[in-house]
Design a protein around this ligand. Structure first.
Ligand code: SGN
Ligand code: CA
Length: 523
């Protein structure tokens, strides 16, 4: 038998009691047992979902592309305004969520790494302590999931239309749209689990809104009549920034593809680029509905012969229409999960978390994609509800990160976190009581270079107001004053008026690296 941590034992007593009488609550659902038990955890994780695209964040897009269901979580609970990631790229972020450790500790630095599933993760610890666990949706860690009673994953990045799913026993395409299917499978698992007498932890991991942003059949026309506001720095010239910002390959102007990204599929490019894994996967009905929307767009585009800034503006509008429509499908499906919990008496005793593996550029600096330590990609959305524990409609602005989830979930379940984990439990913050000793800096490190989008390796720290970044292979430093320059257009490193702040940031940087055990030859 697996050991049970003492600290969790008292909380689990009622659970054993409930298990003895599980037949009596079989029809009512896990949360209806009369004795309190550790809460269920539903972790809804999307891919590349920018906080700017969640209306609860009140960004300039909010009025144009509402997310009413994700906003319900903010209304029922807490919105975190300064949630960040340790490494703004997919697989490393997922590895950090599972292990509660930075990339240099869990070994997952880039999307090319293979996750070591032998290491300790929070789902394993929850499972050892009486939880039933599942992971459904995007995984992207290349090794087989460990620590789950049930898993059904997309291969690699997954597909939007008629996606393949891999499970322990089966692999094959399932007809439908990916956000709906991930939710169908998650609700089916919850339903099958009803009355197990055990608390559950579900990781429901969407593929959307990842590139190439293929909207679903219910939302093909959703934003076709909407003209979205442009970010003020859509035409950034990268003056006052370093080499990395100038040499990246992620601009809407140059990098964003007309065919695969913006769906201008014509006789000439058909069967090229991502055709086979995107548009090429649709069945006849799906394709007919798609073509009815896109054929006129393609015809109009060809007629206009846009160039220069006009072409960038057109691409930005198309990008937003597609990206934000894929988010509406995620939002609808978040609504389905919230409704299910409510209808099954599970709302009260379930912590629901909505977050993303990283942020994303929605045209800021002229970019899409992520990777940089600048705010839009470094930050990630984070919303949580847990009635009775998290105050309704509350906002937290402490520095928190994906490093903290593992310890938070263990704390919520009354399970002791192992020393290897490097984050902190968010539970006191969730209850509206930030400890005096809460962190004042976060450490960041991005390693994937050379690679797609050409973002140089860098590491850095951010505090409440100032951010220091070192592009160490270029030996270039950047420092930003987020209060005076929230869009990070002006590198103030070595500006005399910031001398003393810079000196203290450099000192903190060294100390934080020591604290987290970062061993790096260049520093
Ligand atoms: C693919 C995308 C990139 C994206 C990476 C990583 N190109 O390579 O734009 O940065 O995934 O994304 S695509 O044309 O194949 O879509 S991540 O979210 O998995 O890290
Ligand atoms: Ca991602």
């Amino acid at each position: 038998m697996k050991p049970i941590h003492l600290s969790s034992f008292s909380r689990l007593l009622p659970l054993f009691f409930a298990a003895l009488f599980s037949f009596s609550c079989a029809e009512k659902g896990t949360g209806s047992a009369s004795e309190p038990q550790p809460p269920n955890i539903v972790f809804i994780f999307s891919d590349d979902h920018a906080f700017q695209a969640i209306s609860a964040y009140e960004h300039q897009l909010a009025g144009f592309a509402p997310t009413p269901n994700i906003d319900r979580i903010a209304k029922n609970g807490m919105r975190f305004d300064r949630a960040y990631v340790t490494n703004s790229i997919c697989a490393p972020s997922r590895a950090t969520v599972l292990t509660g450790a930075h990339s240099h500790v869990n070994g997952h630095r880039t999307n090319g790494d293979i996750f070591d599933g032998e290491q300790i993760t929070f789902p394993k610890l929850l499972r050892e302590n009486g939880y039933t666990t599942a992971l459904i949706g995007k995984w992207h860690l290349r090794s087989k999931p460990t620590g789950f009673d049930h898993w059904e994953i997309l291969p690699g990045q997954g597909h939007y239309y008629n996606p393949d799913f891999i499970s322990e026993t089966d692999t094959g395409a399932v007809e439908g749209y990916v956000s709906d299917l991930i939710t169908d499978k998650s609700l089916a698992w919850l339903e099958a689990n009803k009355g197990s007498g055990k608390p559950f932890m579900l990781m429901l991991q969407h593929k959307a809104p990842h590139r190439e942003w293929e909207k679903g059949p219910d939302h093909l026309n959703l934003y076709e009549d909407v003209e979205f506001p442009e970010p003020p720095n859509l035409f950034d010239d990268y003056n006052n920034r370093g080499t990395a910002a100038k040499e990246q390959d992620m601009t809407i102007r140059e990098t964003m593809q007309l065919d695969s990204d913006l769906k201008i599929w014509t006789e000439e490019n058909i069967n090229k680029g991502s055709y086979n894994r995107t548009y090429g996967r649709m069945n006849d009905t799906q394709r007919a509905a798609w073509d009815a929307v896109y054929d006129p767009i393609i015809a109009e585009f060809q007629e206009k012969e846009l160039k220069g800034e006009e072409l960038v503006r057109w691409k930005y509008q198309r990008y937003m229409r597609d990206y934000l429509a894929t988010i509406r499908s995620v939002d609808d499906n978040v609504g389905r999960v919230l409704d299910y919990l409510k209808a099954n008496g599970l709302e009260e005793n379930t912590l629901v978390v909505y977050t993303s593996d990283q942020g994303f550029y929605l045209g800021e600096h002229g970019w899409f994609d992520k990777r940089f330590m600048y705010e839009e990609s470094f930050r990630t959305p984070l919303l949580m509800q847990w009635p009775g524990e998290i105050p309704e409609a509350s906002v937290n602005s402490d520095l928190v990160s994906n490093l903290d989830f593992a310890q938070t979930f263990l704390d919520v379940a009354g399970v002791k976190a192992p020393d290897r984990m490097q984050g902190r439990s968010l539970l006191p913050l969730m209850r509206g009581k930030t400890p005096e000793s809460w962190r004042d800096y976060l450490y960041y490190h991005y390693y994937e270079f050379p690679a797609v989008h050409s973002v140089n390796k860098h590491e850095g720290i951010t505090g409440e107001r100032y951010k220091l970044i070192h592009f160490y292979e270029l030996d270039e430093w950047e420092m930003y004053d987020l209060e005076n320059d929230p869009m990070e257009m002006n590198n103030v490193y070595n500006h005399p008026e910031y001398d003393s702040i810079q000196a203290s940031m450099m000192d903190r940087f060294k100390r934080i690296k020591r604290q987290y055990g970062v061993i790096h030859p260049r520093n």
